[in-house]
Design a protein around this ligand. Structure first.
Ligand SMILES: C[S@@+](CC[C@H](N)C(=O)[O-])C[C@H]1O[C@@H](n2cnc3c(N)ncnc32)[C@H](O)[C@@H]1O
Length: 256
């Protein structure tokens, strides 16, 4: 997949490809990353890329000319790319959106700075606006890096074990279950016995119970979306019964 990023701070964006999964994706050629800076298209002595907003108000805006030239150059390098503006005014990024973007052949991520960009560039050149959450960042670069990382791990062949994506949080509207590694005792805390039992059916059931009860507790919105089939209802009931019995036992112990 070809991702071109239009940014005044290319050094920030390239850093995402220097380690971890995005680096593997780049090395494998599954991902091609390039950057285009509006400043390279500025013609005046100060290489100006911003100006004051019409109507007054605080801050500066990215001017349309240099920004649009950078987007045009990105488009020339990645024909048929979808142009996505990182913006708090966009639709919120989630798993389904990442998957849809990962299936595109090419993507141009436009990073705003200052108070944002001239609306005419949005109207003429941008296909879609995308937010990474309900808060305001100083620029779109961190958002673009989030998008690139999330896409990289979904590109075919990039993760060593494709199963790990399937088990990730959000894949089935549920959060992931807890994970444990060696040692089996650490600071007085023990790894659940079932995970050391070798009984794969019991391990699968325990993990599903944890996913269901954890999601119900932390993200009732997702849990509601997921719905409960018969197996899930039985697993959850057993888990809650077990928790209630444990609470009773602890209560009795503290009374004694
Ligand atoms: C300081 S922000 C501008 C905020 C804008 N005045 C507003 O309130 O909607 C500068 C740039 O950061 C990026 N940005 C800020 N918050 C973001 C978010 N939550 N998601 C994606 N991009 C964001 C956008 O590219 C934006 O143009």
């Amino acid at each position: 997949m070809n991702i071109a990023v239009v940014t005044l701070f290319p050094e920030l964006v390239v850093a995402v490809g220097e380690s971890g999964i995005p680096r593997i994706a780049l090395e494998q050629g599954a991902l091609v990353l390039s950057t285009f800076s509006p400043r390279d298209f500025a013609t005046n002595r100060h290489r100006t890329v911003d100006d004051r907003p019409f109507g007054g108000g605080p801050g500066m805006l990215m001017i349309p000319e240099t920004l649009s030239l950078a987007i045009d150059a990105a488009k020339a390098s990645a024909p048929n790319a979808r142009v996505v503006l990182m913006s708090p005014q966009g639709g919120r990024l989630n798993r389904a959106k990442v998957q849809a973007l990962a299936e595109l052949p090419a993507l141009i991520l436009v990073c705003g700075r200052y108070e944002g960009i001239d609306q005419r560039v949005v109207d003429v050149l941008v296909d879609e606006q995308l937010s990474i959450g309900d808060y305001v960042l100083s620029g779109g670069e961190l958002g673009a890096m989030v998008v690139i990382d999330a896409i990289a791990r979904r590109l075919p062949g990039v993760l060593g074990d494709a199963e790990s994506v399937v088990q990730d949080s959000f894949e089935t509207d549920l959060l992931d279950h807890p994970h444990y590694t060696r040692p089996d005792q650490w600071q007085g805390h023990e790894v659940p016995l079932v995970l050391r039992s070798g009984n794969h059916r019991a391990i699968d059931e325990w993990r599903m119970q944890q996913r269901l009860s954890g999601t119900a507790r932390v993200r009732p919105d997702l849990f509601y979306e997921h719905g409960l089939d018969e197996r899930a209802r039985a697993l959850l009931t057993a888990e809650w019964q077990h928790a209630a019995e444990t609470n009773d036992k602890l209560g009795r112990l503290s009374d004694e």
